[in-house]
Ligand binder design. Sequence first.
Ligand code: DGL
Length: 254
Amino acid sequence: MIGIFDSGTGGMSVYREIRKVLPRERYVYFSDNAHCPYGDKTAEYVRDRGREITRFLLGKGADVIVIACNTATAAAVSALRAEFPDTPFIGMEPAVKPAALGTKTGVIGVLATAGTLKGSKYLTTRGKYADNVRIVEAVGRGFVELVEAGKLDGPETEAVVDRSLRPLLDAGADTVVLGCTHYPFLAGVIGRLAGPEVRVIDPAPSVARHLADVMTQRNLIRCDAASERDIELVSSGDPAPLERIYRMINEEKI
Ligand code: DGL
């Protein structure tokens, strides 16, 4: 069983890709929306949440855990791997490498939470590419709240997104990295504001492929060919946002 968690519904943008490559698995998804957003909390707080959620997911029978949250990965993945050595953890990281390799203007934009942008993992990756490309960053202020409220489009959403995205575009970025799993649900608005010349990168498809590789290596793929995908949705707060996003994914509205 695959355990997935995020501060809220954002990790469903990762689940959406995972289920394409692992269509027959069993899933349990934990939305920690009673403690959302993680982005401005201390690393210690997010680590404690990660520990508690990991215990919960293992109790449910998860044999691999996807930290479908860049902020939680930055704060907790090393500690969780050390504390739960028998469990494989798959984390998220802003996709700076493909952006740096593909840019033509030499400027890439990274949209992420404050927690992710100050994490040592991100800073190391950034340092590797900063000699060759200019990396401009912005916190997607209000993005997580919009997604949790189901406001994925419309004038209000456009105005909020524009505020954080505009400085990246003005700096000449031709590539925008979505460094928070909530942001792909705003990709329609982001793409419209940025225009067709700008490439928007969501790392979820490559994370899904990586998960499938890890599960294959460890013999964790469900081998009963007749089995159907199923998922348990768990929220620490109001269950409605997660159920709404799940419904929209199933109806292919997002
Ligand atoms: N979805 C999360 C991430 O990828 C966390 C957003 C938040 O809670 O601030 O960073």
